[in-house]
Design a protein around this ligand. Structure first.
Ligand code: KIV
Length: 256
């Protein structure tokens, strides 16, 4: 089994972590063999697996189902699972009940979206043994308010993001995912925080990188501009995943 302290020891030694989304047992086996550090059961499965335009329709029951499948495929891997829309925003108690279901399904950590407004919830979960990764920048669960576009591009947005990041860390978040923000801001956040940052569309200077599995395998019709198809030139799926892991660890993906 891999637990959070072992993962944090790697980043403390300066090792970049390679993270990929994963939704089923077959891919979990491949990703674990290829050396992926964190298997993220992302609510992006609403798009990649279910065919929705957003993540909003994904239920907690569905997240539990996919987390169980991933855990059966890779019982020694570190598994992070998304708390889906509506399963945690109401109260810390609601968040805890939802997190218990994901941890019982095999997750080692949960991820939730939102800034300082989520601090009470983060503190409540962490105090009760639930490791939490916070998620800032582009928040897919808030797409109706923000759309899918780069966030925190101006000075006020950048200041807000840094304030939120520090508040979430103080509340006990043990990791922070930064999605679709300027690379310079992600670097600044990573320098100011003591917890690891996981970047997606946030430049090369985060402690870890994450991509959606379907994007690196060339399965997405219109992948985001920051994604890369690692199937090109690879001998197969496992080789493509290995190439992604090696590129992240060597600091070669993403390029500055
Ligand atoms: O659900 C997801 O795929 C995510 C991405 C940011 C990786 O949270």
């Amino acid at each position: 089994m891999m637990f959070l302290p072992q993962l944090l020891a790697k980043t403390a030694q300066g090792e970049k972590l390679a993270v990929l989304t994963c939704y089923d047992a077959s891919f979990a086996r491949i990703l674990a063999r290829a050396g992926v550090d964190i298997l993220l059961v992302g609510d992006s499965l609403g798009m990649t697996v279910q065919g929705h335009d957003t993540t909003l329709a994904v239920s907690l029951d569905q997240m539990v189902y996919h987390t169980e499948a991933v855990a059966r495929g890779a019982d020694k891997a570190f598994i992070m699972a998304d708390l889906p829309f509506g399963s945690y925003q109401e109260s810390p108690q609601q968040a805890f009940a939802s997190a218990v279901r994901l941890l019982s399904a095999g997750a080692n950590m949960v991820k939730l979206e939102g800034g300082a407004v989520m601090c009470d919830t983060v503190a409540f979960l962490v105090a009760r043994g639930v490791p939490v990764c916070a998620h800032l920048g582009l928040l897919p669960q808030s797409v109706n308010a923000s759309g899918y576009r780069m966030q925190a591009k101006d000075e006020a947005g950048a200041r807000q993001l840094l304030d939120d990041a520090l508040a979430l860390q103080a509340a006990g978040a043990q990791m922070l995912l930064l999605e679709a923000i300027p690379a310079a801001l992600a670097r600044k956040a990573s320098e100011q925080l003591s917890i690891p940052t996981i970047g997606i569309g946030a430049g090369p200077d985060c402690s870890a990188q994450v991509l959606v599995l379907h994007d690196i395998l060339g399965l997405t019709e219109q992948p985001p501009s920051f994604a890369k198809n690692f199937m090109l030139g690879a001998a197969g799926i496992e080789a493509a995943v290995r190439a992604y892991v090696e590129a992240v660890k060597a600091g070669e993906f993403p390029v500055a």
